[in-house]
Write a protein that binds this ligand. Structure first.
Ligand code: ARG
Length: 466
């Protein structure tokens, strides 16, 4: 293996050590960022008079050639030959343009280089993931707007509680993913800080121009402590924490899709393109995508915990442990990118069994609270109203009926001391549709309120897309 640091050694490292310490098998994917950073660094060295103008140009040309060769498939990453992506690029550069290539590493260390590469990589990936979230948000809004008055049971403790609309349920997820989008937006502020120029750990005596490099690479901020800059991985922790939250939200949505697709619920049917079958049971249509998404949450949580654990005992500044910062992040990015591509399409193609949903809402006393509210509205203290309705539910359970089936005369007979509270308007009040339409409080389930919310969110979404 061709090392960047052979000079002080008399003997080669053991082959197993080479393999154990190498990161090229996974950090090769940073190549375009590594080269982009090196090009700007070389230009800065030339502008600042640290190397000659012509030298800078040759180095930049060499780096561009390497990039082209890699992208054309004319150059491959050889795990046996180079330790990491930084060594790979520098070694190829020296092969290509001779010893001059060795000037590229002036006023730089792999420690600030890898910190830069990761930030460039993550910045691009976060933006991509945010696009995925925007597509998901758009799909949820669109679905909500065509299901504004589709009534379904709302649950607490997975017991039927009060009627809501499907739009309301979908919008709940909309807001979860919107917060996640904003969390990444916030994370980007900490990602977008230039570490290059910190060198190994203490900065450099060369008259470098970090501000210029920052501008060229699109960093609005620069790190102000070189020790911190080469050992900081907080922004990766934040990234993984947001990713863990995203996949947790996806997992909750998945769980509901799985439940809803069961024969027991029968609220939805997945499109064939987003469902799978069984090798033995010919009738099966399985929600594998949702299940696998639920399963993948464990893997992303694992990456977050791994990095926290890797960092917890590290003294300043760079330690080789930090090389363990990449694979979990790469895997998290890959995992979420795919899920975020599949989910919008899977949701958009769902068949919604509106009749089943509405039917389910008619059983289980979902209007019990409405009855209590009705009595409370007429002046009965709510606690007392609650007790009355509790007794009415018991009565209905014995009779095998729902509250709205009790005629006015029976209410008067059942609660003679409360006759004034039960009047003709009760039946209307208990109608499922009216229970839903009446919940017009800000953020409530009524179609009117959700229509307003959707309009507001559409404007937000359009502005984010722009
Ligand atoms: N491959 C290393 C990493 O990923 C690059 C930095 C190496 N620096 C060093 N001083 N060994 O962390």
């Amino acid at each position: 293996m061709r090392k960047l640091w052979g000079g002080r050694f008399k003997q080669d490292t053991a082959e197993l050590v080479d393999q154990f310490c190498a990161s090229l098998p996974f950090d090769w994917r940073l190549y375009s960022y590594d080269i982009a950073g090196s090009i700007v660094h070389a230009r800065m060295l030339a502008r600042s008079g640290i190397i000659e103008q012509g030298e800078g140009e040759k180095i930049v040309e060499g780096l561009e050639q390497i990039k082209q060769a890699l992208e054309a498939g004319e150059l491959a990453f050889d795990r046996q030959q180079d330790e990491d992506i930084h060594s790979f690029v520098e070694n190829r550069l020296i092969e290509l343009i001779g010893p001059l290539g060795g000037k590229l590493h002036t006023a730089r260390s792999r420690n600030d280089q890898v910190a830069l590469d990761l930030r460039l990589y993550l910045r691009a990936e976060i933006k991509e993931l945010q696009q995925g979230l925007l597509n998901l948000l758009k799909t949820l809004l669109a679905l909500a707007s065509v299901n504004l008055d589709v009534i379904m049971p709302g649950y607490t403790h997975l017991q039927r509680a009060q009627a809501v609309t499907l739009a309301h349920h979908l919008l709940a997820y909309y807001f979860m993913f919107k917060r996640d989008y904003q969390r990444w937006q916030d994370n980007l502020k900490r990602v977008n800080v230039l570490p290059l120029g910190s060198a190994a750990l203490a900065g450099t005596g060369f008259p470098i121009d970090r501000e210029w490099v920052a501008k060229e690479l699109g960093f609005p901020a620069l790190s102000l402590n070189s020790l911190d800059a080469v050992s900081d991985r907080d922004y990766l922790i934040e990234f993984l924490a947001v990713a863990a939250t995203v996949v947790m939200h996806l997992s909750r949505l998945s769980e509901e899709l799985i439940l809803w697709a069961s024969s027991e619920f029968n609220f939805i049917e997945l499109d064939d393109a987003y469902a799978t079958g069984s090798s033995i049971m010919p009738q099966k249509k399985n929600p594998d995508v949702a299940e696998l998404t639920r399963g993948k949450s464990g893997r992303i949580y694992g990456h977050l915990l791994q990095l926290l654990t890797t960092l917890k005992g590290l003294p300043l500044a760079y330690n080789k442990d930090l090389q363990e910062d990449k694979e979990g992040v790469f895997d998290t990015v890959d995992t979420l990118q795919v899920i975020l591509k599949i989910f919008p399409a899977m949701l958009a193609t769902l068949k919604i069994n509106k009749g089943e949903m509405a039917q389910a809402a008619t059983k289980g006393f979902l209007n019990a609270t409405d009855l209590a509210d009705y009595l409370a509205g007429k002046g009965l203290p709510f606690r007392q109203a609650h007790a009355v309705v509790g007794r009415a539910v018991l009565y209905s359970l014995e009779k095998g009926i729902e509250l709205e089936m009790i005629p006015l005369a029976s209410w008067h007979r059942l609660f003679p001391e409360l006759q004034d509270y039960f009047s003709e308007d009760l039946a209307q009040h208990l109608l499922l549709k009216n229970t839903v339409y009446s919940r017009r409080s800000l953020g409530g389930t009524s179609p009117e309120e959700n229509r307003r919310v959707i309009e507001e969110e559409k404007a937000w979404l359009d502005a984010e897309y722009a």
